[in-house]
Design a binder for this molecule. Structure first.
Ligand SMILES: [Ca+2]
Ligand SMILES: [Ca+2]
Length: 378
């Protein structure tokens, strides 16, 4: 124990002596975010406070006087608005930071989740007219730098299928007396790939190479789109487009977005309270600035709306309407490469606009709310 602590302390001391530039020697700012964080967390309390952030920004933007802008800087990086900056928030910032020019660069991706026949009118038909989201998604997709189509893509026998469970092809803890009904939770037993865990049983859906698994015919797809397939092995489900439900396997989405330099991810599709939510939460964890476009989603159940919004908000994920998302993305496109000063003034303008907009909206009590306190330009 003592030895480990001692090694960690020495490691931290070594990092503090190293310059920020040398940490960025390989040019990929995000890859060194944990080290950057440790270097500037002078009191070692796991968050960066104002004085620590000032030291960091002074090194990141050495040509500018940072002290005068301390509050604006914290505002710009503190995605969940709790006044402190945690590792994920540093990650999200470093994705936008170009160490070679000391400038800010931004790129947007629309992640379209599970807009497949089974989730619209098939075995897991949506009860809120999911067809309504198609024109909204089609209408905004060209505004984004990158479009990713994420598809549930299960083998015929899958651990999330009630039919597979009832046929005995899923190894579960619960004693089996008669057939399980859909939407019963069961406990999958440990296997070689992953730990035992809870799994909800659904009617068979989104089977590979079937009509039910295909994207809806009216969803606009282009040859430039990227694809992510999830839940492709029988023993584990994947709600998120980033990782499976045990985080035992990575779908490749993080690397795909990283390679394209994406900094801001916008999620839409089916369903708000499960796959859209899980994707946004994992994206935030991976240091992307995540937003859910609420009117371009439908939930499994409206009863989950409030809890889902809270969970997203707590993780620093913003929830906006498609109209607001388009405004934001256009603003990012106009400022793709900007200086730190331009960035700060845009963030503050975005926040001001959002406040005015919020006040105007109040009497109508719009159901669309801002999740993470980081509106507008961010
Ligand atoms: Ca600290
Ligand atoms: Ca924070």
């Amino acid at each position: 124990m003592g030895g480990k602590c001692c090694t960690e302390r020495k490691g931290t001391q070594r990092l503090r002596k190293q310059s920020l530039t040398s940490l960025f020697a390989n040019g990929v700012a995000y890859a060194v975010s944990a080290e950057v964080f440790q270097k500037y967390d002078a009191d070692g309390n796991g968050t960066l406070e104002k004085n620590e952030l000032q030291a960091f920004f002074q090194d990141a933007f050495p040509f500018e006087d940072q002290a005068a802008k301390a509050d604006a800087m914290i505002d710009a990086i503190d995605l969940d608005g709790d006044g402190k900056v945690g590792l994920n928030e540093v990650r999200a910032f470093l994705r936008c930071y170009d160490p070679s020019s000391n400038n800010i660069k931004m790129k947007t991706a629309l992640i379209i989740i599970d807009v497949q026949n089974d989730f619209i009118s098939g075995s897991l038909a949506n009860q809120y007219n999911a067809l309504e989201i198609l024109p909204i998604i089609n209408g905004m997709r060209d505004k984004f730098d990158v479009v990713v189509i994420s598809m549930d893509w299960h083998p015929h026998e899958h651990c999330s299928f009630v039919e597979s469970c009832n046929a005995g092809s899923v190894d579960i803890e619960e004693p089996k007396s008669g057939d399980f009904a859909p939407f019963t939770p069961v406990t999958l037993k440990d296997d070689a790939d992953r730990a035992g865990h809870k799994q909800m049983l659904y009617p068979r859906h989104a089977v590979q190479d079937t009509e039910g698994g295909a994207c809806h015919k009216d969803l606009v797809l282009k040859s430039s789109d990227d694809y992510i397939y999830k839940g492709t092995t029988a023993n584990i489900d994947s709600y998120s487009a980033f990782f499976d439900n045990c985080k035992a396997n990575d779908t490749g989405l993080t690397a795909m977005l990283e390679e394209k330099g994406v900094t801001h991810g916008y999620c839409c599709g089916l369903v708000f309270d499960i796959c859209v939510k899980s994707t946004a939460l994992h994206g935030a964890e991976m240091g992307f600035r995540m937003t859910v476009i609420e009117d371009a989603c439908k939930p499994l159940s409206r009863d989950n709306d409030e809890a889902t919004r809270k969970e997203l908000g707590d993780a620093g994920v913003a929830i906006v309407s498609a109209a607001d998302a388009v405004r934001e993305v256009e603003s990012i496109a106009a400022n793709k490469n900007c200086t730190w000063n331009q960035y700060l003034s845009n963030v503050s303008r975005g926040k001001h606009a959002q406040r005015v907009h919020g006040q105007l909206q109040k009497p109508m009590s719009s159901h669309v709310q801002q999740g993470g306190g980081q509106p507008g330009f961010m």
